[in-house]
Design a protein around this ligand. Structure first.
Ligand code: UGA
Length: 436
């Protein structure tokens, strides 16, 4: 099928390349000329495992192209809209400027019977408000939220765990459903659940999934806070409750909390939208989820300070990681980067290292010191804090080797990713998050 993808950020670029990889003819469109030039040359503008490969394959096959011209969308049967919906400046709500601009720019190029499939994460009610503009061209709007995780985006797009489509009522909705079934045929044929709903449900599925995941992380981080005063170990607690299949161990990783371009802003936008709908109290707990999450960053800073005898001023602290999670170079709302900035603010001499995110981090925080080589970054440090659990640190850094490089032996494990016994045996004073 011929498809267009409007917006070539994390979501759109991966979606375009993945759709080409399953056999569709795809054009990716974005107003950012640099991004389009890079994608058209087969180079991923950000780090995402497997993306470069499917980009090059798609371009070589002739099925994948990129353009800054919205006219290139004409002739596609389905137009995916995957632009960003960041947090508004000075508020909690989602900024829909890019969604509105993308839909408006697309309208003149739509034909009778086209499908416009919104993929961006939007406040409930957005699709219903956009639908009349799309319908006026003879096209149909559907809302088809995306659940990909950065770091696994290609795999999640090619082989998702579920597909959700919010469609209008009646024949129009049925026809749109059939078209989407064709788009996603390889997944559906494999048995991937395909859930067809109304617009509002599809929009809510997306935000409630992220709200649930954020809540799960903050729940375990709240238990970490209790464990800290009670002398318990939150990682053993998580293992034990995680064996209950109703609870499950995934997303019970206590540490410095969640960040990234989705969870933080999505729970805030959800709160804001619920307030607008007069049901703010229904998701009032999300404020608490946010607060617990932010408190863990302070706790991590406190642990470094405690480890250094209460004084950060003039101390050398090496921060392992900058990305908001491993397998990504994304630093949006990165808890680890925030911890580094706070340490710097308290007078520590901070050196950051990360296998992928240094350039992005440097652009945002040029005043911090960045060292690409892990061992060089560790050399002479008074304290070390792990904030992103890359394999380079979690698996490949032995406590003995680290001790041979640093000046001090204080380690704060912001992701509970190290083996405390091994680090202590190598002479380190080990601090976990919610561990004795
Ligand atoms: C999240 C969701 O997991 C995806 O399903 C969703 O599609 C995506 O947002 C989105 O809305 O686009 P992502 O932002 O890539 O995906 O990252 P996650 O894997 O959810 O991790 C988010 C944060 O939570 C990271 O900072 C991670 O370190 C942290 N985390 C995760 C924990 O602190 N503990 C855990 O146990 C798990």
């Amino acid at each position: 099928m011929r498809l267009s993808v409007i917006g070539c950020g994390y979501l759109g670029a991966v979606h375009a390349a993945a759709m080409a990889s399953i056999g569709h003819e795809v054009v990716g469109i974005d107003v950012d000329e640099r991004k389009i030039a890079s994608l058209a040359a087969g180079e991923a503008p950000f780090f995402e495992p497997g993306l470069s490969e499917i980009l090059s394959e798609g371009i070589a096959s002739g099925r994948l192209s990129f353009s800054t011209d919205f006219a290139a969308a004409a002739g596609a049967a389905v137009h995916f809209v995957g632009v960003g919906t960041p947090q508004v400046k000075g508020g909690y709500a989602a900024d829909l400027t890019y969604v509105n601009a993308a839909v408006d720019a697309l309208l003149p190029h739509l034909s009778e019977g086209d499908i416009v499939a919104g993929k961006s994460t939007v406040p409930v009610g957005t699709a219903a408000s956009l639908a009349p503009r799309v319908s006026a061209t003879g096209a149909t709007l559907v809302w088809n939220p995306e659940f990909l995780r950065e770091g696994f985006a290609v795999q999640d797009t090619v082989d998702p765990d579920r597909l959700v489509a919010g469609v209008p009522a009646g024949d129009e909705g049925e026809r749109a459903t059939q078209v989407l079934r064709e788009v996603y045929h390889p997944s559906i044929a494999k048995g991937t659940p395909f859930i067809v709903t109304d617009y509002a449900t599809a929009e809510l599925v997306k935000v409630s999934a992220n709200a649930f995941l954020a809540t799960k992380i903050s729940f375990i981080n709240a238990m970490a806070e209790i464990a800290e005063v009670a002398g318990a170990d939150v990682t053993m607690l998580a293992d034990a409750i995680g064996h209950d299949a109703r609870i499950g161990r995934r997303f019970l990783g206590a540490g410095i909390g969640f960040g990234g371009g989705c969870l933080p802003k999505d729970i805030r936008a959800f709160s804001a939208r619920a307030e607008e709908l007069g049901r703010g109290e229904s998701v009032a707990f999300l404020r608490e989820v946010d607060e617990i999450n932010m408190r863990r960053r302070e706790r991590a800073v406190q642990l470094v300070q405690d480890g250094l005898g209460g004084e950060l001023f003039g101390k050398k602290v090496t921060v392992l990681g900058a990305a908001f999670k491993p397998y990504s170079d994304d630093i949006r709302d990165s808890p680890g980067l925030d911890v580094a900035v706070r340490l710097h603010g308290l007078g520590a001499s901070v050196t950051l290292t990360d296998p992928e995110a240094i350039e992005n981090a440097r652009r945002q925080h040029p005043h911090l010191t960045y060292v690409a080589d892990r061992d060089e970054a560790l050399t002479g440090a008074d304290a070390v804090i792990l904030v992103t659990e890359w394999d380079e640190y979690r698996r490949e850094l032995s406590p003995e080797h680290a001790a041979s490089l640093t000046a001090g032996r204080v380690v704060v494990d912001g992701r509970n990713a190290f083996d405390p016994a091994a680090w202590r045996a190598a002479g380190w004073t080990y601090y976990g998050m919610g561990r004795p």
